[in-house]
Design a protein around this ligand. Structure first.
Ligand code: MN
Ligand code: MN
Length: 460
């Protein structure tokens, strides 16, 4: 496996720059699953995609070349380009997830202690809690009032806006803290975000927590919300600031949420730039992967299957098992990030089965830990087809496992589609710092995976 930079022409390098500049914009606009979903819809509509509902409500039949999407609760989305063949001959599907580890505000988050105001949080996904202290944080999300009005919140991204944060103990007084194991250095209940220190001065009410009252006053002025409105809110604390080039050679990108928006972005771009094909093409971007793909907006939801059934109806596919036939004849690249080999942590990887930065698209035949537990183990016949497609289209790829056999493991959405009898393999790119507030990807891998997705959609 060669470093892919060695094969690039000037034209390739220009394409890498334009693709990754667009990627950084996507990351900055979509720091939550809702923001991502909104951005995906904007991109799709700009390319002529229409809501499936527009067809369903008027019972308009679907035909070759129609481009449609379904927005599931503003947190997951499925897109389709109707092909020339019968849809029951199967689709070529790209899938990824758009949720990322973060801190969610609790339902009653606001409190005051010793004249400091805080937001209480509950972390989402697998984080190393000690990584989330002493760094600038931003607040993103929505608050829905009892009358249904939705207030969108985004604070901490513009240079003129304040940032928030979680305090850490000074080293001078940390002798006891430093003896604790890393999972206990900062505990879940201590991930409380400092948000204010100034009392409300327009009242002299001594019984009240005036710093908290002042925060409520600010929120009332800015968003017209009361404390009770936090009961129906989804507010997420994420690292403040945008995606940046990384390395003196600018060969990498450091950003929040690259797991798995790097695969979501590249899947979407490849899909939106695809021509109408013989097969129907689909792109499914889902929520809740980081907590096990559960819930209405996760991959376990009936949403995708229901959507396929509705498409079958609009294509006059009337067999009762039409949806199952679509799925069992479909091929899928289920994309998620892989742990790229890190020389500083060499002991957790088997060097010959690891993925590496700058070596292109990563196929992961199976994930899972120990005896491949819980894994989708892709069929070798399918891998043979994918090898040919990648080689024929000059896409650099590597096959890897996620770490040493007994070192741990991780899940993806692949096995859920595999349960529907879809021919599916895990793929994606390797990144460093996975699940840290700031993750690192390599630009050349983003380009290779994008080319790989196009080759798959056109040839699988
Ligand atoms: Mn992931
Ligand atoms: Mn993850």
């Amino acid at each position: 496996m060669e470093n892919v930079w060695k094969k690039y022409t000037k034209a390739d390098e220009e394409k890498i720059t334009s693709l990754t500049e667009e990627y950084k914009k996507f990351l900055n606009l979509g720091k939550t699953e809702r923001e991502c979903c909104e951005e995906i819809i904007k991109k799709a509509e700009a390319k002529g995609f229409k809501k499936l509902d527009d067809y369903l409500l008027k019972n308009i039949p679907l035909k070759t070349g129609d481009k449609i999407y379904v927005n599931n609760m503003n947190k997951a989305i499925a897109l389709f380009i109707i092909g020339k063949d019968k849809i029951t001959n199967g689709m070529n599907i790209l899938g990824a997830h758009i949720d990322s580890p973060r801190l969610d505000l609790k339902a009653t988050p606001l409190y005051e202690e010793s004249e400091l105001a805080y937001f209480d949080t509950h972390y989402y996904g697998g984080i190393k809690k000690y990584q989330w202290v002493a760094l600038p944080l931003a607040l993103h999300g929505v608050i829905v009032k009892k009358d249904g009005t939705k207030v969108t919140v985004k604070i901490g991204e513009e240079p003129t806006e304040p940032v928030l944060g979680i305090t850490d103990l000074l080293p001078h007084l940390a002798s006891e803290q430093m003896k604790k194991e890393a999972s206990k250095v900062i505990e879940g209940e201590d991930l409380d975000v400092l948000i204010g220190s100034k009392p409300l001065t327009i009242t002299k009410d001594k019984d009240k927590n005036l710093v908290k009252e002042n925060i409520l006053h600010i929120l009332q002025e800015k968003y017209a919300i009361t404390e009770a409105d936090f009961l129906s809110a989804e507010l997420e604390i994420v690292p403040a600031g945008g995606a940046r080039d990384f390395g003196l050679d600018k060969s990498m990108i450091m950003a929040y949420g690259q797991d798995d928006r790097v695969c979501a972005f590249t899947s979407l771009e490849a899909f939106l730039n695809s021509k109408v094909s013989s097969k129907t093409l689909s792109c499914i971007l889902v929520d809740k992967e980081e907590i096990g793909s559960v819930g209405a907006t996760g991959m376990y939801s009936q949403f995708y299957k229901n959507t396929i059934t509705e498409i079958c109806i609009l294509m006059q596919e009337t067999l009762p098992n039409a949806t199952n036939r679509v799925l069992q004849n479909s091929k899928m690249l289920s994309s998620d990030v892989n742990s790229a080999y890190d020389p500083l942590y060499a002991s957790v990887s088997d060097k010959r089965s690891a993925s590496y930065l700058n070596k292109g698209l990563v196929f992961c035949k199976y994930t899972g830990s120990r005896g491949k537990s819980g894994s989708n183990d892709a069929n070798c016949e399918y891998l043979a087809l994918l090898r040919k497609i990648m080689d024929d289209n000059d896409v650099s790829f590597q096959i890897s496992e996620l770490g040493k056999i007994d070192a741990g493991g991780g899940g993806t959405i692949a096995y859920i589609l595999a349960n529907e009898n879809v021919e599916v393999v895990d793929c994606g790119i390797g990144i460093l710092n996975m699940h840290a507030p700031w993750e690192i990807s390599a630009k050349a891998d983003i380009y290779e995976v994008y080319k790989g997705y196009i080759a798959f959609l056109e040839n699988a």
